[in-house]
Design a protein around this ligand. Structure first.
Ligand SMILES: [Zn+2]
Ligand SMILES: [Zn+2]
Length: 238
C-alpha cells in the first residue's frame, strides 16, 4: 500500500473503492453499482420455462417434445433482460470493471437459491459448471471473460466443480443480434467452439441469453464430445 495512505482509516472503503468509486448504474447514486431502489427495478422470473418453447416447465427442464439429443436439457434464468440490466452488462463488458460483478454476485446469491438449481445438483451427480467462453482475442481486448467470475461464484455457492479449460471459443463471431435472421445467426455461430473432453453433466453458465444460438451451439459441441447432460444458467434472459 502507498505509504501516504497508511494510517488513514477507510472504515467502509476498500482499495478498489478508491480506484473505482461506485455509482449506481441505474440512477447514478453513489455507494454501489446497483442501489436498493434500482435493485427493485430488476425483474426476476416468477416461473421456470422451457429453453426451447418458452412455456412454463417444471424445474426449467426442456419438455420431452422440445428436447433434442444434442441440445439444452434444462434452463434457469434469474432476470428479464430489461434496460437496467442492459446497462449493467454493458458496463461490465466495456469498462473492464470486474468489481461490478461483486455487486452482481450479491444479487445472484440472494436469488439463485430461490430457483430449482439444487434440483440439477442432485439429479446430475458430479455436475460441473462451465462458463461460455469468449474468443481469445476478444477476451484480451476486454481484459476478462465476464462469465468466468459468475461461474466461479455459482460453483462456490452450489459447492460443485468448475472447469474453464474444456470449452474453447475457436471462432470470433459477430454480435448475435435479433436483427439477423435465425439462419444467419446459426451460420455465424456454427463451429465456434471446441469441446475438449467434457465431464458427463454440465451446468453451462452465461451472463445473458438472448437468441439462444450461442447456447445451443455450445451445448451441441459439448454433447458431440461426450457430455450427457447440459443444463444452462444465465443471469438474464432477453
Ligand atoms: Zn440506482
Ligand atoms: Zn418446451
Amino acid at each position: 500500500m502507498n505509504t501516504k495512505l497508511q494510517g488513514v482509516k477507510y472504515s467502509h472503503m476498500s482499495f478498489s473503492d478508491v480506484l473505482f468509486p461506485r455509482f449506481c448504474l441505474g440512477c447514478g447514486a453513489t455507494g454501489s453499482f446497483i442501489c436498493v431502489r434500482c435493485e427493485g427495478l430488476l425483474s426476476p422470473f416468477e416461473i421456470n420455462t422451457c429453453f426451447y418453447c418458452g412455456s412454463p416447465s417444471l424445474n426449467g427442464l426442456s419438455h420431452p417434445r422440445c428436447r433434442r439429443p444434442k441440445g439444452v436439457d434444462g434452463f434457469i434464468s434469474l432476470y428479464h433482460y430489461n434496460n437496467l440490466f442492459k446497462k449493467i452488462i454493458k458496463s461490465i463488458k466495456y469498462n473492464k470493471a470486474k468489481i461490478i460483478l461483486g455487486d452482481l454476485n450479491h444479487l445472484l446469491g440472494k436469488n439463485l437459491l430461490k430457483t430449482p438449481i439444487y434440483y440439477y445438483v442432485k439429479k446430475f451427480p458430479g455436475l460441473v459448471a462451465i462458463p461460455v467462453p469468449l474468443f481469445e482475442a476478444r477476451q484480451k481486448q476486454r481484459g476478462f471473460n465476464q462469465t468466468e467470475p459468475i461461474c466461479t461464484y455459482v460453483s462456490g455457492l452450489l459447492s460443485i466443480g468448475q472447469n474453464t479449460n474444456t470449452l474453447v471459443r475457436i471462432k470470433d463471431t459477430p454480435m448475435q443480434t435479433l436483427a439477423l435472421t435465425k439462419k444467419q445467426r446459426r451460420e455465424n455461430i456454427q463451429g465456434a467452439f471446441y469441446g475438449g473432453s467434457p465431464p458427463p453433466h454440465i451446468l453451462l453458465i452465461d451472463d445473458v441469453v438472448t437468441t439462444g444460438a450461442t447456447t445451443k451451439e455450445a451445448a451441441k459441441t459439448l454433447k458431440e464430445n461426450g457430455a450427457k447432460t447440459v443444463v444452462v444458467f444465465s443471469v438474464a434472459k432477453g
